[in-house]
Design a protein around this ligand. Structure first.
Ligand SMILES: Nc1ncnc2c1ncn2[C@@H]1O[C@H](COP(=O)(O)OP(=O)(O)OP(=O)(O)O)[C@@H](O)[C@H]1O
Ligand SMILES: [Mg+2]
Length: 234
């Protein structure tokens, strides 16, 4: 679609496990407009995280293409792809991927430094950590934080660079409802106030409703909502 901010065309990915081929993605096509908030749902093993890695340029597709903000990821050199990722994408991983030896503040700031943008401006840093309820936890290492706090640090890290797109893989996967509300509220705010495009993978129907629209996956393909057994009755 013209003007799409994220465009996936016939994406395919097969993993080789020993001699067995696992077709994780079997031709996925969709587009996301700039400023949209899209939820991706589907059963375990349906290929959601694989899609997340391909959209973020962290893994190469075996077929098809990803065009992000007008750039075909496969046509960029590794260095160019890395640069685009750091400048434009904020990742929230299914496992938080925090650095264990750094406290929360440094885990958030390190994203800024890696991206080459220097230290974050204090106002933006304070606003994000305040909204995420992290102000009193900034001196704690991940091992000294609850799961919900770690996920909030991971979200702060994703947002600190003001990315144009936020890719989140099960950001509320292991959280209680209070932490889920904080994380989802922050994603909504980043989408509505900062105009960031958000693509969020989730198992949780309540969380999925935060999206403007829901993409349903099953067995490596996109299916109609009515063909998704978990959702058909919703
Ligand atoms: N690195 C890998 N090597 C081999 N097979 C893999 C690898 N990663 C994923 N798979 C397989 O690909 C399929 C899709 O996995 P994926 O992680 O994308 O699913 P998912 O929808 O994110 O599941 P979940 O909801 O449990 O996180 C699964 O069958 C999985 O076993
Ligand atoms: Mg997954």
């Amino acid at each position: 679609m013209a003007g799409a901010f994220i465009e996936a065309r016939d994406l395919r990915k097969t993993y080789l496990v020993g001699k067995i081929e696992v077709e994780a993605l079997r031709g996925i096509s969709f587009s996301v407009q700039k400023g949209e908030f899209v939820s991706v749902v589907g059963p375990s093993g349906s290929g959601k995280s694989t899609l997340f890695y391909l959209l973020g340029g962290l893994t190469r597709a075996d077929g098809g293409s990803v065009v992000l903000d007008g750039e075909d990821l496969a046509k960029l050199s590794d260095a160019e792809r890395t640069r685009m990722r750091k400048r434009k994408i904020g990742f929230v991983f299914q496992k938080f991927n925090l650095l264990p030896t750094l406290d929360a503040r440094s885990n958030i700031e390190v994203a800024r430094e890696i991206s080459g943008n220097g230290r974050p401006d204090p106002e933006h840093f304070n606003r994000i950590t305040d909204l995420l309820g992290l102000t009193k936890r900034l001196g704690h290492r991940p091992s000294e934080l609850s799961g919900g706090e770690q996920q909030r640090v991971a979200l702060a890290r994703a947002l600190i660079n003001r990315p144009t797109v936020v890719l989140a893989d099960e950001p509320t996967g292991n959280l209680d409802s209070k932490n889920s509300d904080i994380v989802l509220g922050m994603l909504r705010l980043s989408n509505q106030e900062l105009g960031q495009t958000v693509l969020m993978i989730t198992h949780n129907p309540e969380a999925a409703k935060y999206g403007d629209r829901i993409i349903h996956m099953r067995d490596g393909q996109i299916v109609r909502p009515e063909d998704d057994p978990q959702w058909g009755s919703h």
